[in-house]
Design a protein around this ligand. Structure first.
Ligand code: NDP
Length: 461
């Protein structure tokens, strides 16, 4: 057996990479980990965490307005973008420190360097000009915003990366895309007072989500004053003399201060030396792996966004834990991508797990659809025109709840718990015999006794 410098070398210090390195090191393995930018990865440095802080910041104007109905008079208000950025950066630096500390405490060697494969067991640490060898290598380098380089003027646009560090808050923004990032940032910028337009190529935002959630969110966003252009795409972006941007779309023109592209993310595999080790990638550049995150090269593994399975932090962490179980605990554990609960931090939020009505209708012969739409209690005194939508999709044959969808306050929190019930295979009868928590919005989930309608062979009856 040849000897290596490390039992495990991890390339990439994001959610999946740090988890695999830290746990392997805590099991007594000799572990090295390289990160070229900052520990914490997209999620902590320029994704989920700062995004959620921005969401909180952007909600205050509505809170101030709503308080009047509850007897409050709020004085003069002003918003300081630079102060928000500084506070956010301080928190991100704190979290980054925790990630590093966790690795150090577990005994992993940390390398602040870009790392590339030299062969199936050797990694070049570019910034340090040295190589290390490892019995196993995990590639967890994540992804990056698709630059949409075919768009004339793409270089004048920002992505979510830059949105976290804008010098000033723009007066107006056009956001291209209809996915998680486009929708979340449209609500953030609008909440902070930016004139916001969203442009999406499809018939309705958030493809693959349940139609009621898509439509309901669209209506809520429009009611707030966000402009949504559907079935339209950018053709050209150019700079005006005054510094603003002139945007040509299929169906019109627009002058805005900032254009943000949120058109998906690509795996970070370019220049990684994968060909040196013979690691296979697919047509999108994602590393091809099996259910155990094994590549076609026995010593090389890949997990997280770089494999383009499901681009979510908890999924990368789960993939890392399955890798640890399989390789270091003698307990072969395939990754389970079924029934992943997820939230869109739009305003209102979407929380969802399982199949949309449309997807379930293709899979099952008969469905019962339970649907409730109501005004949340807080809106009664605040006078805000908003509604919550809740939906359970039930397979009529065995009464299993196969999809649960919520549009409304704290939908993400509810989705986490619904995730447990669906994962446990709960039936509608289990929901029915569960006592309500009153007064909450979530109680609606256990008090929808009669189907709103049925779907039989794909048709609503
Ligand atoms: P998404 O895949 O969610 O959305 C990409 C959007 O861009 C879609 O609306 C897609 O349209 C559109 N699009 C893609 N290519 C083109 C094109 N050539 N022209 C016009 N439109 C195009 O990606 P995001 O960038 O929003 O987010 C990346 C990933 O990050 C997500 O998949 C998600 O997993 C994760 N994420 C999760 C969050 C959360 O958990 N809350 C928050 C943010 C990101 P179409 O639908 O028609 O294909």
């Amino acid at each position: 057996m040849p000897s290596f410098d490390y039992d495990l070398f991890v390339i990439g210090g994001g959610s999946g990479g740090v988890r695999s390195a830290r746990v392997a090191a805590s099991l007594g393995k000799k572990v090295g980990i390289a990160e070229e930018y900052r520990f914490g990865g997209t999620c902590v440095i320029r994704g989920c965490v700062p995004k959620k802080l921005f969401v909180y910041a952007s909600q205050y104007p509505e809170h101030f307005e709503d308080s009047a109905g509850y007897g409050w008079t709020v004085g003069e208000k002003s918003f300081d973008w630079k102060k928000l950025i500084a506070a956010k950066d301080k928190e991100i630096t704190r979290l980054e420190g925790l990630y590093r500390k966790g690795l150090e405490t577990a005994g992993a060697d940390i390398f602040e360097s870009r790392a590339e494969l030299v062969d199936a067991h050797t990694v070049l640490l570019k910034g340090l000009d040295r190589t290390v060898t490892a019995e196993r290598i995990v590639i967890a380098v994540g992804g990056a915003p698709n630059p949409h380089a075919a768009l004339p003027g793409y270089e004048l646009c920002i992505s979510s990366n830059e949105a976290f560090h804008l010098e000033t808050l723009p007066k107006s923004i056009l956001i291209a895309g209809g996915g998680y990032i486009a929708v979340e940032f449209a609500n953030i910028f609008h909440g902070l007072g930016v004139e916001t337009t969203l442009i999406y190529r499809g018939q309705e935002i958030l493809s693959r989500f349940d139609q009621d959630m898509r439509r309901g969110l669209h209506e809520a966003m429009t009611a707030k004053g966000i402009r949504i252009l559907l079935q339209d795409v950018l053709q050209d972006v150019s700079r005006n003399e005054d510094g603003s941007l002139a945007v040509t779309m299929n169906n019109g023109n627009l002058q805005v201060e900032t254009v943000m592209l949120a058109l998906g993310r690509d795996p970070n595999t370019k220049g990684l030396g994968l060909e040196n080790a013979g690691v296979q990638i697919d047509e999108r550049g994602a590393i091809v792996v099996d259910a155990y995150s094994r590549t076609n090269v026995p010593s090389v593994f890949a997990l997280g966004d770089v494999t383009d399975r499901v681009q979510l932090t908890p999924v990368a962490i789960h993939e890392a834990m399955c890798f640890i179980e399989t390789e270091y605990r003698g307990n072969p554990t395939p990754v389970d991508h079924d029934l992943i609960a997820t939230a869109v931090f739009s305003q209102p939020e979407i929380g969802t797990v399982g199949l949309s009505e449309e997807a379930a209708a293709k899979k099952y012969g008969e469905l019962e659809i339970y649907r409730a739409q109501f005004r949340p209690m807080k809106a009664t005194l605040s006078g805000r025109q908003e509604r919550t939508i809740m939906k359970l999709i039930v397979n009529a044959a065995d009464r299993k709840v196969v999809g649960a969808h919520i549009l409304g306050h704290e939908a993400g929190e509810m989705a986490q718990l619904l995730g447990i019930t669906l994962k446990a295979g709960c039936t509608k009868d289990d929901f029915d015999r569960t006592m309500a928590v009153h007064p909450t919005a979530a109680e609606e989930l256990v008090t929808m006794y009669v189907p709103s309608y049925r779907i039989r062979n794909g048709e609503r009856v």
